[in-house]
Design a protein around this ligand. Structure first.
Ligand code: SF4
Ligand code: SF4
Length: 537
């Protein structure tokens, strides 16, 4: 049971902050963080930010949603929201998820099995507002009142009425950014209700109908990506300069001198990375290039706008942005005439381009897409890449399962087969595979650095992951033993990096995080020097 029930009346009307989150109710972490004062402090919003931005849910925000100044402004926003709500249930307007959303609204047994599966709800100490069904119940009541025939009348007589106020909508918008869309709740629901989809569709109404978007996903994400070619802000020219620099770095690190294939028409494979890798973790694309080169594959990178950035943040908040970006990705591949696209280590890019884009990419744009996880396994198992796992013997490894790649797509075993082939000291987290917990940075949280949102991510949404990592290495938690969290996803690495930095995990526990291919290259017999650099970054 929840600690404190939050009534819908309060949600719609109570002024000021609805719930105070100070960390005292959070589930305790294992050593060496087993006291609350050993954890990073939760940052309070400044008074100025509280005045300026909507933050009346739980005191966290990273989205700079300005408070409307007049009642008229609020009224117009409410009207737009209700119009958008109706569109969600219209197959002409919601070509993506209308059917499953309809079923989610119509059926829920209120068994709360989903709550037991939600890391944010549980780690918070069962704060009612973070319950997976809390936001769905609000949307369900709105659906029943405003979308179903006779809804207003039945809402009144059934006692399930709900008042639509701007206070309520602003809180609902914030609440849709308190869920990482990890889909653990959806996976566990015995009747297939999808509370994660509810989160996503609420975000969609705000983005598509009210023009209320969040900067990290929209302005700095999709819009920037479509304007300059990459969500990092890197246009083609600096990208090409960057590649030259990485070629030199590979030579320094390994002695291997080769040009990375760029814009090669008719190559078998177009390899697409999350462009963040080139800037934050260049060793990852470097390791991929080494593997492709040694394996003798016909492959290429693309310098076409978006062809060098597999990011598609629309998957988390907006169908229009999603479709625009997916089309550009396919067009870059079509222009080169490649046989297939292989996605590097980025979970959401996997789901966006291989699964959801199937609804957008038709005809000759429906180019085969494949995960790098299966390709890597094939290269190792076929002997095209020769590895000696004893080269990684000084490291104890565990594997994080990116939600989009694993739970949503079912890619579970290939990366484990690879990891086990290159590391003798591997142990699974509990739980692992499709049951594993989100890194805490899913659905855009990893890239949201404004105001005090990082506190929500590092103290709460990433808490289950932090617990799993500390638990799996608990018998060797001291700095004497090198430990590595293999996280084959750019967003997950970003979230784990920031969480580790705020808890000082590298210095205290000697745990590093990184991708899969770095371990592969470190074990390759063709490479003389160790590839993995054991330093914090
Ligand atoms: S969404 Fe599914 S698991 Fe959650 S309360 Fe409803 S029926 Fe139960
Ligand atoms: S998607 Fe994940 S974070 Fe969101 S409600 Fe479900 S279990 Fe919780």
């Amino acid at each position: 049971m929840s600690k404190k029930k939050v009534s819908l009346k309060d949600f719609s009307h109570k002024p000021g902050r609805l719930v105070d989150i100070d960390g005292s109710g959070f589930l305790p972490l294992p050593p060496p963080y087993d006291k609350l004062d050993l954890e990073p402090k939760i940052k309070e919003l400044s008074e100025e930010a509280q005045k300026k931005y909507e933050c009346d849910l739980d005191g966290f925000t990273g989205y700079k949603l300005p408070r409307p100044e007049t009642e008229e402004e609020k009224r117009k926003l409410i009207e737009k929201f209700l119009k958008g709500l109706k569109k969600l249930f219209d197959s002409e307007n919601n070509w993506t998820f209308q059917q499953i959303l309809f079923l989610t609204m119509e059926f829920c047994a209120k068994c709360q099995t989903c709550s037991a599966a939600c890391p944010i709800y549980n780690e918070s100490g069962k704060e009612d507002i973070y319950r997976p069904t809390f936001r769905s119940d609000i949307l369900r009541r709105l659906y029943k009142k405003y979308v179903k025939t006779g809804g207003k009348f039945f809402a009144k007589v059934s006692g399930n009425d709900i008042d639509v106020t701007w206070t309520m909508l602003a809180r609902l918008m914030e609440l849709s950014y308190r869920c990482t869309i990890c889909r653990r709740c959806a996976q566990t629901c015995p009747i297939g209700v999808d509370n994660a989809l509810v989160t996503r569709e609420i975000r969609k109404i705000f983005s598509q109908e009210l023009g209320i978007t969040v900067a990290p996903l929209h302005e700095k994400g999709s819009v920037q990506q479509l304007r300059v070619g990459s969500s990092t802000g890197m246009s083609a020219e600096p990208f090409l300069d960057n590649i030259e620099f990485l070629e030199e770095e590979v030579e320094e690190r390994t002695g291997m001198k080769f040009k990375w294939p760029m814009d090669v028409a008719g190559a078998d494979i177009l390899l697409m990375h999350n462009a963040g890798e080139f800037l934050a973790w260049p060793e990852n694309p470097e390791a991929f290039a080494i593997i492709m080169e040694v394996a003798g594959l016909s492959w290429t990178l693309s310098s076409e706008a978006l062809g060098y950035d597999s990011v598609n943040y629309g998957v988390w908040y907006d169908d229009v942005q999603f479709a625009k970006v997916a089309l550009k990705h396919a067009q870059a591949a079509k222009k080169l005439g490649v046989k297939k696209i292989v996605l590097g280590e980025c979970g959401h890019a996997h789901k966006a381009l291989t699964v959801i884009a199937d609804r957008v990419l038709v005809g000759d744009l429906n180019i085969p897409r494949e995960s790098s996880m299966t390709l890597l396994r094939e290269l190792i198992q076929s002997g095209r890449i020769k590895v000696d796992p004893s080269r990684n013997d000084d490291i104890m490894t565990t594997m994080h399962d990116p939600c989009n790649l694993v739970r949503l797509m079912g890619v579970v075993k290939p990366q484990r087969d690879v990891l086990k082939a290159v590391c003798n000291n591997f142990r699974e987290m509990a739980p692992y595979g499709v049951e594993n917990y989100c890194c805490g940075g899913g659905s855009g949280f990893a890239i949201t650095q404004d105001l005090n949102f990082p506190s929500f991510r590092e103290n709460l949404s990433g808490r289950a992951k932090m617990r799993q990592i500390l638990d799996v290495f608990q018998d060797v938690i001291g700095p004497e033993q090198k430990k590595y969290v293999c996280a084959p996803c750019s967003n997950c690495k970003g979230a784990i990096r920031d969480m580790f930095a705020s808890y000082d995990v590298f210095d205290k526990c000697n745990i590093l995080y990184g991708g899969l291919v770095e371990l592969v290259v470190n074990a390759m017999v063709d490479i003389d020097k160790p590839f993995l650099e054991w330093e914090w970054h």
